[in-house]
Design a protein around this ligand. Structure first.
Ligand code: SF4
Length: 176
């Protein structure tokens, strides 16, 4: 399927895409600790810890798939000192992530998608009210929520993780 899928991926405005085996990914409790200590979204959505389960649970889930497609997008000419402007670049990335998810679904796969930051579909996440996620088929936990050290994977592919200058990069992982 990959050749035919690659032709469809090549038509999207992706900065990069590549496949890794899920077992090549590095999972670390340290990433989870950063979520807990430094992210204001910790404990605020179904897409974040602790709702996503332990790092070991997340790892087992990811390793239950045969393939992991990594996709990246880039936004240029962004004032990265402006947090709101930076976060505005996330929505186009999420749209492309959903397009790639749909490409996989159209090919009979049931992808498990990890994407950028916390879920922002609802103005107030149902998690805060002790209710189930309203759109489990649409929401994507964030990559870091699973303890994945994405920098390790990207470095092995000579790709940057952090934005710099006026460029913002976003990544998603699609397991299938
Ligand atoms: S879809 Fe809504 S309820 Fe579900 S994780 Fe996202 S914000 Fe929360």
């Amino acid at each position: 399927m990959n050749e035919e899928l690659e032709r469809a991926l090549a038509e999207l405005p992706l900065y990069t895409y590549f496949w890794v085996k899920p077992e090549e990914l590095v999972f670390s409790q340290r990433v989870r600790t950063v979520c807990e200590k430094e992210c204001p979204m910790y404990g605020r959505t179904w897409a974040c810890p602790p709702a996503v389960g332990s790092v070991e649970t997340c790892r087992e889930k990811c390793l239950g798939y045969r393939n992991c497609l990594v996709i990246g997008t880039v936004a240029e000419e962004v004032d990265v000192t402006d947090l709101a402007a930076t976060l505005d670049t996330r929505e186009p990335h999420e749209k492309i992530t959903n397009q790639v998810r749909d490409l996989l679904r159209e090919r009979g796969e049931k992808p498990y998608v990890l994407s950028s930051e916390a879920c922002a579909i609802c103005s107030r996440c149902a998690y805060l009210d002790g209710l189930p996620c309203r759109m489990p088929g649409k929401m994507h936990p964030c990559v870091e929520s699973h303890g994945i050290v994405l920098t390790d994977t990207l470095e092995r592919h000579d790709l940057p993780f952090q934005y710099g200058g006026d460029v913002v990069t976003w990544y998603s992982l699609l397991f299938y």
